[in-house]
Every structure is written in structure tokens, then in C-alpha cells.
Design a protein around this ligand. Structure first.
Ligand code: SF4
Length: 209
């Protein structure tokens, strides 16, 4: 598999925020989000080729109970990703797969927790969404909106209603830095009584990758 980087950090988002985990960042992404903070990983030839066994070995010392597979976009290497999930699950790890939402998620090994982006109009990539994914997510999965401003927030509320996401899965709302202040987003959430979880990107507050 083509690996951009493997590193340890504190998970900054999702319901696992605050947990130490391994991150396996795959190379290659077919989207070009306006706020992308991992542009170097979008090149499918960036990084180095590694076997699944080499990746498993790299995340085994020290052993951590959680591994996040991220990108770039993991769905471009789905066969290798599923082989990696199988090996890590056999070792007792919990595996999160962070995907950009543009590709059907039902091809992923069901042992992985799927963190699925919903690309808002402010990302410039809303027309690339695979909307069927919002019917496929379950209570184990999480759906993540990164918002660039009020228009994205209002659009996202309509998506929540149209796809009946509240109560069916975990919904994460985060602010795209520096376009939207998380404090402003939190006030909108409180004013509306919206039962979503605020994503704060803890790792960035801590100066971690
Ligand atoms: S999906 Fe992620 S890696 Fe791809 S362009 Fe968007 S922010 Fe960057």
C-alpha cells in the first residue's frame, strides 16, 4: 500500500477525541477541498510503498488499542485497507477509517468504524458526495461536517433532516480554520438545540500532527 505517513497522536475529533492512537495516513485523494490541511498527502505517489505486514509491524510498538486509517483518501486502496483492518482486528485493535464521503462505504470491512465526511458547499466538493453513504451509516459510524460559515451550517441542518441522521448515527460538526470560529459554531448549536457533537481538533490545540 502507498503510505504517506505513520505516526502517533491524540485523536482530535470524533467520539474518540482525547485518546492516544496510531494514525496510518494513506497517499492519494481525488478531492480538492478549499480548506484542505493535508495537501501533500493528496498525491497518490507521495510517501512510500509498504506491505500490510510492514504497516501492522509499524503500529505495534508501542501497542495502542486504537488505529485510525486516514488520508488522503483510504478508499483508493480499499483492498489493502480491508486486509489491514483484518490483521489489526485480529490483534484486538479498534480501527477507525476516515473517508471523504465521495465513495460508497459498503465495500469496507464491517469491523471498522467508518467516519464519513459530508462535503459542504463551502468545501467546493459538495457535488462529489456519494449520498447513498448517508443511508448506509449505522449507530457504530460517525458523520462529519466541516463548516466554513453560516451558509454551510444552514445547509447541513437541512441534510440532517433530509437523511434523518439524528438518532441514527453520531453527527459531528467542526469549524474549518480559520474561516469559522468554533465558539461561533457552538453558539449556533446551542441556539438551535441541535444534538450534534462539536469537533474541536484537539490535536491542533496541542501542536500535534
Ligand atoms: S478529502 Fe481530505 S485530503 Fe482530500 S482534499 Fe479534502 S481535506 Fe484534503
Amino acid at each position: 500500500m502507498q503510505i504517506f505517513d505513520i505516526f502517533r497522536s491524540i485523536q482530535g475529533e470524533t467520539t474518540r477525541a482525547g485518546l492516544p492512537m496510531w494514525f496510518v495516513r494513506l497517499a492519494g485523494c481525488d478531492l480538492r477541498c478549499s480548506y484542505c490541511d493535508t495537501a501533500a498527502a493528496r498525491d497518490p505517489e507521495a510517501g512510500r510503498a509498504m506491505t500490510v505486514a510492514e504497516v501492522v509491524a509499524a503500529v505495534s510498538s508501542p501497542a495502542l488499542p486504537h488505529v485510525a486509517i486516514t488520508g488522503g483518501e483510504p478508499m483508493h486502496q480499499v483492498q489493502e485497507v480491508n486486509a489491514l483492518v483484518a490483521s489489526l482486528a485480529a490483534n484486538g485493535s479498534e480501527i477507525l477509517i476516515e473517508t471523504n464521503g465521495a465513495h460508497p462505504i459498503d465495500v469496507l470491512d464491517p469491523r471498522a468504524v467508518r467516519i464519513v465526511d459530508v462535503k459542504t458547499p463551502g468545501s467546493g466538493m459538495a457535488d462529489r458526495m456519494c449520498w447513498r453513504n448517508l443511508d448506509l451509516v449505522t449507530a457504530r459510524d460517525e458523520v462529519k461536517f466541516v463548516l466554513t460559515g453560516r451558509a454551510d451550517y444552514d445547509w447541513s441542518k437541512k441534510v440532517l433532516a433530509r437523511h434523518r441522521l439524528i438518532g441514527r448515527t453520531t453527527v459531528l460538526f467542526g469549524a474549518a480554520a480559520p474561516l469559522l470560529d468554533p465558539a461561533t459554531l457552538s453558539r449556533w448549536i446551542l441556539d438551535d438545540g441541535l444534538p450534534v457533537r462539536l469537533n474541536l481538533q484537539l490535536h491542533k490545540l496541542l501542536g500535534l500532527p
